[in-house]
Design a protein around this ligand. Structure first.
Ligand code: FAD
Length: 473
């Protein structure tokens, strides 16, 4: 038996690495096991988020956004350029450098906080035991009073579109295309599909998104979803709703995709196809039989509101448990669990977790939609404000989009905020903080906002809840 720890965390994604750092900061002897190795065979921390998720996708979103700004909008604001061209190799280089900086940062934080990094694949073999299989195949068993499973998730694959080299790929492959595909198919109009579709569309691909559901972005307030659909369509994204993919065939360097919609059987041919139909928990083999930790039929680890599994001392967090598959949700669960292990009181407010789709403009929301609230029998009042009436948005040459606040009709308490706008991902923090503090729409309406700022649109939406927006006729 090797070292004994107060806490061993399995997985160094945003759930696991944050849990490990927080536990160490609270004085607990902590180790974090990670199996992910890069092309050079070196262990990398940061999980999906830093290596193939949030961070690399945002690097490409930003570079492709800047390209479109330069190509389509600089002349409008008085900057004349020679026609710019995308340099995909350089963009990938930039993306990889951003990954390397972030990943290196986690290893440095582990060292600075005294977290022991263990390289290899961890498996819970007893209520207080973790067996680690090293990259050389050697096995070591560690003892721990507490175990945190943060094994994350992997992309879902579907039988009609088996992955094929670099032609039919998941989101991971879509971050590695070495040139702009002429015709790009995306299966799934969810967060990841829209983000990646819009990256390559901005760089010049003809993008068709095939979505089985009839409703676009059902988790977003209908008014915001409609506005988003209109804006993405204007950018050239062809989003086909009610399109159920039934099969595919790779022929040479292209893939033919069959789908059915209201008009019957259809077929489209693409140079690349991205399968973005969701992610599933990565829990296979992480827990030995007989330990007693329960999984549901979809492979998620059963936990209570404080991420306790059915076995005392074993916790699970992040994408491998219920709730939205988001990096910040995973991290907050990591902090909560470390605090609980250290003997503090801790809990999470699952009603105030923001979500962002990093298209351009961005879509962001927290809490209920107007439709959710009504379905629950809650009487609501709402206020909306268009960014086209916001001075800063006009000065930014980004007047698209709107903000909407949903408040309880009786108490005025804010139940949700939904935004589509250039910096919606930043603006939504106001809704999150307001909801965390139990604010009313009037609280925001009575707050003094800096001028000129796009945040003023939130102020105006709050004023509009009672029908008194200033800059709206
Ligand atoms: P992961 O990040 O998946 O990390 C789990 C880690 O555990 C991995 O490193 C894995 O190797 C390791 N592991 C698994 N099993 C073992 C084992 N047995 N032993 C040792 N190590 C193990 N979320 C956002 O909030 N914002 C975004 O903008 C965003 N963009 C995304 C874009 C894309 C393209 C994708 C794919 C995802 C995106 N996400 C985003 C989702 C986000 O990446 C995940 O929600 C987040 O990474 C989950 O964190 P986690 O720690 O639970 O799991």
């Amino acid at each position: 038996m090797a070292d004994k720890f107060d806490v061993i965390v399995i997985g160094a994604g945003p759930g696991g690495y944050v849990a490990a750092i927080r536990a160490a900061q609270l004085g607990l002897k902590t180790a974090c096991v990670e199996k992910w190795v890069n092309k050079e065979g070196k262990t990398v921390h940061g999980g999906t988020c830093l290596n193939v998720g949030c961070i690399p996708s945002k690097a490409l979103l930003e570079t492709s956004h800047k390209f479109v700004e330069a190509r389509d909008h600089f002349a409008e604001i008085g900057i004349d350029l020679e026609a710019p061209k995308p340099n995909v190799a350089k963009m990938l280089e930039f993306k990889n450098s951003v990954i390397a900086k972030n990943v290196g940062g986690i290893s440095a934080l582990f060292k600075a906080n005294g977290v022991t990094a263990i390289d290899g694949t961890g498996k819970v073999t007893g209520t207080k035991q973790v067996e680690v299989t090293g990259h050389d195949g050697g096995k070591t068993t560690y003892e721990a009073d507490n175990i945190v499973i943060a094994a994350g998730s992997v992309p879902v694959e579907i039988p009609p579109t088996p992955l094929h080299e670099d032609i039919v790929v998941t989101s991971t492959g879509a971050l590695e295309f070495t040139e702009v595909p002429k015709r790009l198919g995306v299966i799934g109009a969810g967060v990841i599909g829209l983000e990646l579709g819009s990256v390559w569309s901005r760089l010049g691909s003809e993008v068709v998104v095939l979505e089985a559901m009839d409703t676009f972005l059902p988790m977003v307030d209908t008014a915001i979803a409609k506005e988003t659909q209109k804006l993405l369509k204007k950018q050239g994204l062809d989003i086909k709703l009610g399109a159920r993919v039934t099969g595919s065939e790779v022929k040479g360097n292209e893939v033919a995709v069959k789908y059915s919609d209201n008009d019957g059987e259809q077929e489209l041919t693409f140079d690349k196809l991205i399968v973005c139909v969701g992610r599933k928990p990565y829990t296979q083999g992480v827990i030995a039989d007989g330990v007693g930790v329960g999984l549901d039929e979809r492979g998620f680890i059963h936990v209570d509101d404080q991420c306790r599994t059915s076995v005392p001392g074993i916790y699970a967090i992040g994408d491998c448990v219920r709730g939205p598959m988001l990096a910040h949700k995973a991290s907050e669960e990591g902090v909560m669990v470390a605090d609980i292990i250290a003997g503090h009181k801790a809990e999470m407010n699952y009603d105030a977790i923001p979500s962002v789709i990093y298209t351009s403009p961005e879509v962001a929301w927290v809490g209920m939609t107007e439709q959710d609230a009504k379905a629950k029998g809650i009487e609501v009042k709402t206020g909306s404000f268009p960014f086209s009436a916001n001075g800063r948005a006009l000065a930014n040459n980004a007047p698209e989009g709107m903000a909407k606040i949903i408040a309880d009709a009786e108490t005025d308490r804010i139940l949700g905020m939904h935004i589509v706008s250039q910096h919606a991902g930043e603006l939504i923090a106001q809704g999150v903080i307001a909801m965390e503090f139990g604010s009313s729409a009037e609280d925001l309406a009575l707050t003094c906002y800096a001028h000129p700022s796009t945040s003023e649109a939130i102020h105006e939406a709050a004023l509009a809840v009672d029908g008194h927006a200033i800059h709206m006729a």
